[in-house]
Design a protein around this ligand. Structure first.
Ligand code: 6PG
Length: 247
């Protein structure tokens, strides 16, 4: 693993197993040492799917799952039985394979009216999480990165969602017009820990652009993820990191 620090950490792993092991042991360490409930926001996407499988296989009996409250950073507006559902993916790969009380699972109801659901989910987060600077504080938020620079469901043509005062908002996928519900930028940046999890050669260009502050990076929502007081760590595989200097 190569490691260097700026005002965030970058960790580069040889393969997905090594990355998943790091994520899993960090989650265990942080959740086990939490005094109260540990509030975790999951992400959709291909790498989280691998990590969830890894957690179910190697950590099902070692993490205090009952201490973790599961939230989602974003959800597609589809029913929970749909293959596009981020909840379904997490349920199939992880939640159905570990022992976690149902009351700890706070899914976004993709089948409901999006605006009403964004409001309901904002209220749930507001009531359940501790606050700092009048915003909820997640202990850990997992984020993915799209090739277009989106993160959670904040897309480049909807940069205003970074500064919204709502906890959750409705977003629209620019290519498919699929509605999404997403945490907004200020809430993401208020987290205790943010892990950007990015793998694959197809992400190398966007990773290089964001981490080297290329001119076009200001058009990418992911460039604006900077925790106010928390920690930001980029977990990359060798392919995603291949254009970064020194790799
Ligand atoms: C989603 C996401 C999204 C995702 C990125 C990366 O629900 O689609 O949460 O932000 O993390 O698009 O996805 P991949 O890992 O599949 O490239």
């Amino acid at each position: 693993m190569t490691e260097f620090t700026v005002n965030y950490d970058i960790k580069i792993f040889d393969d997905l197993d090594a990355l998943s092991e790091f994520f899993s042991s960090e989650l265990k360490k942080q959740a086990d040492s939490a005094v109260n409930k540990f509030n975790l926001a999951l992400s959709g996407g291909t790498t989280p799917k691998y990590i969830f499988e890894y957690l179910a296989k190697h950590y099902a009996n070692t993490i205090r799952w009952d201490k973790i409250n599961f939230f989602w950073g974003d959800e597609r507006c589809v029913p929970p039985t749909d293959d596009e559902s981020n909840y379904k993916m997490a349920y199939d790969e992880l939640l159905s394979r570990i022992s976690v009380p149902g009351k700890n699972i706070f899914r976004i109801k993709g089948e409901e009216d999006p605006e009403a659901e964004a409001q309901r989910y904002s209220n749930v987060i507001h009531k359940t999480l501790p606050q700092q600077k009048q915003l909820p504080v997640f202990d850990l938020i997992m984020l993915g990165l799209g090739e277009d620079g989106h993160t959670a469901s904040i897309f480049p043509d909807q940069l205003h969602l970074l500064n919204e005062s709502k906890i959750c908002s409705v977003a629209v996928h620019p290519a498919t017009n699929q509605k999404r519900i997403t945490l907004t930028g200020k809430v993401i940046n208020n987290a205790g820990n943010i892990f950007f999890i990015v793998t694959g050669k197809n992400k190398s260009k966007i990773v290089d652009s964001i981490l080297n502050y290329n001119t076009e990076s200001k058009n990418y929502p992911a460039s604006f993820i900077k925790p106010v007081e928390g920690k930001l760590i980029w977990l990359l595989d060798k392919e995603a990191a291949s254009l970064l200097k020194g790799n």
